[in-house]
Design a protein around this ligand. Structure first.
Ligand code: HEC
Length: 236
């Protein structure tokens, strides 16, 4: 292993944010650096163990052999110190690594450093946005303090439409189409992750706007815990 990430003479490209958040097919993105087409596929593209497949091609799309490919991982949301991984060569121009390099949801810079047999080394940085689905361990505990925080937020932000009792009868909900849902009837049908996504991402085409730019993650979880603790199936 003589190839060092960020070694002198390495070509670096930081692309305009290139991220494709796939549903099942994982995350994939491609970049061209000095005639080398570098594609990165991350599957399943979620927190935990992922397969990182790097494919290299020349300007005409033909597989481009390389001596080795190294990966570097940097979490953009907070400083975790970064980590690196080597890859295993498969068919010409294909390199693969499997491991739990992406341990948190959010934006990661994945650095792909290519040591070439012929021609200059190349390096590209991919921005990957890792969704927070499927990692129950990340849900903060529904402590009494979290539920209390959720109750306060609900009263300030949500009750005006959904109503203090959750029946969808808040003053600002009058006349909305579709109307604010009765949370007593709906909350029991959704898992915590799903409720988190409804609140964070909103429901397009309705008065339920996304809250993720207004509220922190822990505040959204506090709301989820409050909804769970409060709105159970009841007669109206
Ligand atoms: C301006 C009015 C309004 C506000 C404020 C509002 N909502 Fe909503 N909300 C709606 C409407 C309308 C819908 C129903 C959309 C639909 O029918 O698909 C909805 C849907 C939802 C759902 C989805 C329920 C389901 O089963 O599909 C949840 C959960 C929810 N809101 C929670 C909240 C929380 C928590 C807040 C406060 C942070 C909030 N809402 C603030 C109007 C509002």
């Amino acid at each position: 292993m003589t190839l060092v990430l960020l070694a002198t003479g390495v070509l670096t490209a930081v692309p305009p944010p290139q991220r494709a958040v796939g549903q099942d097919g994982g995350l994939s993105s491609r970049l061209e650096v000095e005639g080398v087409r570098i594609a990165l596929l991350v599957s399943p593209g979620q927190v935990g163990v992922n397969r990182f497949l790097v494919t290299l091609a020349d300007g005409d799309g033909r597989p481009l052999p390389a001596e080795r490919v190294l990966l570097g991982f940097d979490y953009q949301e907070q400083d975790l110190g970064g980590s690196t991984a080597s890859t295993t060569a498969g068919a010409p121009g294909r390199f693969e690594a499997v491991g739990g390099f992406v341990g948190l949801p959010g934006t990661w810079n994945v650095r792909v450093a290519v040591g070439r047999t012929a021609g200059p080394d190349a390096e590209a940085v991919f921005k990957l946005s890792v969704p927070d689905a499927g990692r129950p361990g990340l849900i903060p505990a529904p402590t009494g303090a979290a539920v209390d925080a959720g109750r306060r937020l609900y009263g300030q932000l949500c009750a005006r439409c959904h109503g203090v009792t959750g029946f969808g009868d808040g003053p600002d909900g009058v006349g909305l189409k579709p109307p604010p849902l009765n949370l007593n009837a709906h909350v029991p049908f959704h898992g915590d992750q799903q409720l988190y996504r409804f609140i964070a991402d909103g429901l397009p085409g309705t008065a339920m706007v996304p809250w993720k730019n207004t509220l922190r993650e822990d505040e959204i979880w506090a709301l989820v815990h409050y909804l769970r603790a409060t709105f159970k199936e009841q007669e109206q």
